[in-house]
Design a protein around this ligand. Structure first.
Ligand code: FES
Length: 165
């Protein structure tokens, strides 16, 4: 009887030790995962800000395409280069439509006009339309609408071209 009691007590002691080891291991695992550097994932709104505009060849030179998602225009210049521009007027932020038959943007609020590159051709707009970064990968254009870039005037280095291989 005493031997059986000893054996039960010994078993329970070993069980408690084993449970203690398991609990300790869990605490260590949680601590490691807490302090381990996490891989930086892009935020959901950053991913939403990237608009896949389409294949390079789907845009004719000398045209402007409006993108409702992202609220921007993508202009393909006569030389094949691309500019993505905000649709907000730089005067008082009215939405500026592209008037294709006149080949320019004309603001309905105070009649500012911009050429296909977003350059002011008629004030009161004080500066060119804001730009968005354009990337071209595997012949597909994407526009990052999270980072509008202010500019005073059009400059040739703002135009994005397909890289020659
Ligand atoms: S808001 Fe466009 S000209 Fe005033």
């Amino acid at each position: 009887m005493e031997k059986e009691s000893y054996s039960r007590r010994s078993f329970l002691n070993k069980l408690w030790v084993a449970l203690g080891v398991v609990a300790f291991a869990e605490v260590v695992a949680v601590a490691i995962s807490f302090f381990k550097p996490q891989k930086a994932e892009p935020a959901a709104d950053e991913l939403d800000a990237i608009v896949i505009a389409g294949a390079v060849d789907s845009f004719e030179p000398g045209t402007v395409s409006a993108f409702v998602q992202g609220k921007f225009y993508l202009a393909r210049l006569d030389d094949g280069g691309f500019l993505a521009m905000s649709r907000n007027c730089t005067h008082l932020s009215c939405s500026v439509p592209w008037i294709s038959k006149e080949n320019k943007f004309i603001c309905p609020c105070h009649s500012s006009e911009f050429d296909i590159k977003g350059e002011v051709i008629n004030p009161p707009a004080p500066r060119a339309l804001d730009l968005y970064p354009v990337a071209i990968e595997n012949n597909i254009l994407s526009v990052d609408t999270s980072k509008p870039r202010r500019r005073s005037v059009f400059e040739p280095n703002q135009v994005v071209y397909v890289k020659k291989t």
